[in-house]
Design a protein around this ligand. Structure first.
Ligand code: ZN
Length: 60
């Protein structure tokens, strides 16, 4: 066991991401990309609830 190997799993891509904030400012995500994906998914969910008209349209 070494303290140097401090890694966590990125909640988006499940890849190991750096725990060191100086190396990885996007904690707990591995990169800016995954952080953006997480934010996008959150916004998507909100939009989905508000736009059920689109849902009815696709039933035809
Ligand atoms: Zn990631």
């Amino acid at each position: 066991m070494t303290d140097k190997e401090k890694k966590i799993k990125c909640p988006i891509c499940k890849n190991p991401s750096e725990m060191d904030k100086e190396q990885n400012p996007y904690l707990p995500f591995c990169s800016e990309r995954c952080r953006t994906i997480d934010l996008g998914a959150w916004l998507d969910g909100k939009y989905f609830i508000e736009s059920d008209e689109f849902f009815m349209d696709s039933e035809m």
